[in-house]
Design a protein around this ligand. Structure first.
Ligand SMILES: [Zn+2]
Ligand SMILES: [Zn+2]
Length: 154
């Protein structure tokens, strides 16, 4: 699997490559896209009390993305972030309005290749904190001009 092949499934690689990445302060509790809960009390962006879970890839885009791994295709879900506010207020509202953006940065081309080949998912499982051994989140907040790096779990 390469990013170019991901485009064939109708998603840009920038979105397809997010499925299965680590959650921040939230986790899945069941098989559904909405089966989730917060695991930390504070917002992943600003530190105020978190109110709910945000799907980094909006549910309206695609609920799952199938990544081919050495053991077969794994249908991955969006990462989740614990955020303050709601769909229109606070950091959750700012994410939906595009004023806060998150992107995942792989440490090297080799790490990225290992992801698209499915080897990292096969090794660690989806959303594993072990993925921070290979990359990190960068969260840019245009409201404050701050960009923070999240690299937990190692
Ligand atoms: Zn917040
Ligand atoms: Zn949301």
């Amino acid at each position: 699997m390469t990013p170019e092949m991901a485009l064939l499934k109708g998603l840009p690689a920038s979105k397809a490559g997010l499925y299965g990445l680590p959650c921040i302060g939230a986790r899945y509790t069941g098989p559904g896209a909405r089966d989730c809960e917060r695991t930390q009390a504070w917002c992943a962006v600003c530190g105020r009390p978190a109110a709910n879970c945000h799907h980094v890839v909006p549910l309206s885009v695609r609920r799952r993305f199938g990544l081919a791994t050495p053991g077969g295709t794994v249908r991955l879900r969006s990462p989740l972030f614990a955020l303050c506010g709601s769909g229109t207020r606070g950091c959750h509202g700012a994410f939906h309005a595009g004023r806060v953006r998150a992107r995942w940065l792989w440490d090297s081309e080799e790490d990225e290749r290992l992801w698209w080949s499915g080897e990292l998912v096969a090794r660690y499982g989806p959303h594993s904190p072990e993925l921070y051994r290979h990359g990190r989140w960068e969260i840019a907040d245009s409201r404050t001009g701050r960009a923070s790096v999240v690299r937990e779990g190692v």
